[in-house]
Design a protein around this ligand. Structure first.
Ligand code: NAI
Length: 472
């Protein structure tokens, strides 16, 4: 194997592997260094994909248990076969990760299995040392290096994650039995998705959140309504509380919980605890300090608008540079940086990146929230449409939620969209496309939407920006 490349990408997650493929497509001789033993990073191996497999399986289990009867389908007894559910999830992961290996071969990306480190920063010929998974060491040279090492679970002081009784999202995807009780620390994306999975499978789930509301970055109205919907499903919330200690013992975990604003502590017990209080950039062992690559005061790699660090030819993308910690944001940055390295121009519209929480119903948001618009003093109009008034949602029996579109009061340009609803994550993509093209609410409202579809709720919300929805 030749040891000189145009590009070496360190990290084979959604940012890194996509960057490597795009760079190779553009004719750059590219290698990707990954030490997990499989490609796809956190997202494919222990994040987005296995969690969606379990969300889908547990959703079907819940439907069979609670909704089939409404449809006139009699099921004698619904039994959970957790080992088969877990095996299916592992197979889904395997299919996806080996799919990327195939794409690497197809695009002639060299896959280097090992841990990469910048051995010497030398613009034009940077050196990357790799400790191979096979125990062999090697050093490679590249004109460009892309750091795409992602993020890791943020630990919580006073709590040791053992991935058995006290788990991170990784352990929460691997539980060997349904716990009787599960305490989730953090009402963010992971907490609500994994909390939903285990609640559907039979655990009693309590979510403890530091703030006074769930899903912090989402629109306020969405946060409130989603909490009510999840409570109706059986999730319990303790808001404005912080966990200061968790001790695992023979008869479960004892947690010490205090009001966030101060006050008397209480103890609660749980069979299993999930810590989901966020993620932090992963930069350990990369040789960044020695290479002179600057970090921000929060530990992210500092990168300019072209994703270049302060060292010429060393770039960084994805979770490790901060911003929205989302696989699709990292992927787009991977494509952008590959195109920039190939001498093209590239630009990402960060205002048109959707966030989706894959609970049921799903929660999806893009652009500005009402709170952000108010704070910025922007005059806006809001159009809302509930799924109770959407014929397809009624036919499906999924009527929780609404679509809300926020548009500039004078230009009508769409500034944001917030959805709670069946397949909300798919529905929001038409608004993303619209925002990318600078659409007005009227543009969406005048687009003929097929009937009967859930997407008609998006059209009606757009119509309702000017208070002219038809079906409410
Ligand atoms: P998060 O940032 O979404 O939520 C963490 C929550 O924990 C926040 O609500 C925070 O206020 C709370 N918290 C922090 N310290 C606490 C304490 N001591 N006690 C109680 N609550 C506390 O982080 P999460 O859920 O761990 O997810 C990590 C990252 O992974 C996020 O950036 C998320 O966007 C990404 N992710 C995205 C998914 C998706 O797009 N569907 C799925 C899963 C993860």
């Amino acid at each position: 194997m030749s040891d000189t490349f145009d590009v070496i990408v360190i990290g084979g997650g959604p940012g890194g592997y996509v960057c490597a493929i795009r760079a190779a497509q553009l004719g750059l001789k590219t290698a990707c260094v990954e030490n997990r033993g499989s490609l796809g990073g956190t997202c494919l191996n222990v994040g987005c994909i296995p969690s969606k497999a379990l969300l889908q399986s547990s959703h079907l289990f819940e439907e069979a248990n609670h909704s089939f009867a409404d449809h006139g389908i009699k099921v004698a007894k619904v039994d959970l076969d957790l080992p088969t559910m877990m095996k299916r999830k592992d197979e889904v992961v395997k299919q996806n990760t080996s799919g990327i290996e195939f794409l690497f071969k197809k695009n002639k990306v060299t896959y280097i299995k090992g841990t990469g480190k910048i051995a010497k920063a030398s613009p034009g010929a940077h050196q990357v040392a790799v400790k191979g998974l096979d125990g062999k060491d090697a050093t490679y040279t590249a004109k460009y290096v892309v750091i795409a090492t992602g993020s890791e679970v943020t630990p919580l002081p006073g709590i040791t994650i053992d991935e058995k009784q006290i788990v991170s999202s990784t352990g929460a995807l691997e539980l060997s039995k349904v716990p009787k009780s599960l305490v989730v620390i953090g009402a963010g994306v992971i907490g609500l998705e994994m909390g939903s999975v285990w609640r559907r499978l039979g655990a009693e789930v309590t979510v403890i959140e530091f703030l006074d509301f769930i899903l912090p970055p989402m629109d306020g109205e969405v946060r409130k309504q989603m909490q009510r919907i999840l409570e109706k499903q059986g999730l319990k919330f303790q808001l404005g509380q912080k966990v200061t200690k968790a001790v695992a013992g023979k008869d479960g975990v004892t947690l010490t919980v205090e009001p966030a604003k101060g006050g008397a502590a209480q103890e609660i017990k749980a069979e299993t605890v999930l810590v989901a209080v966020g993620r932090r950039p992963f930069t350990a062992g990369l040789g960044l300090a020695e290479a002179g690559v600057k970090l921000t005061n929060r530990g992210f790699v500092e990168a300019d608008v072209h994703y270049q660090t302060n060292v010429e030819g060393i770039f960084a993308i994805g979770d490790v540079i901060g911003g929205m910690m989302l696989a699709h944001k990292a992927e787009d940055e991977g494509v952008a940086v590959a195109e920039l390295m190939a001498g093209q121009t590239a630009h990402i519209n960060y205002d048109a990146i959707a966030s989706v929480v894959y609970t049921w119903p799903e929660v999806a948001g893009i652009g500005k929230t009402e709170e952000q618009l108010k704070e910025a003093g922007v005059a806006y109009k809001a159009g809302k449409f509930p799924f109770t008034a959407n014929s397809r949602a009624r036919a499906n029996g999924d009527i929780d939620g609404f679509v809300k579109i926020l548009a500039d009061a004078s230009t009508d340009r769409v500034l944001g969209c917030h959805i709670i609803g069946p397949s909300g994550g798919d529905l929001i993509m038409e608004v993303a496309l619209g925002m990318e093209f600078g659409a007005s609410a009227e543009d969406i409202a005048r687009t003929c939407h097929a009937h009967p579809q859930l997407g008609e709720a998006v059209k009606e919300a757009a119509l309702n920006v000017d208070k002219r929805a038809i079906h409410i």
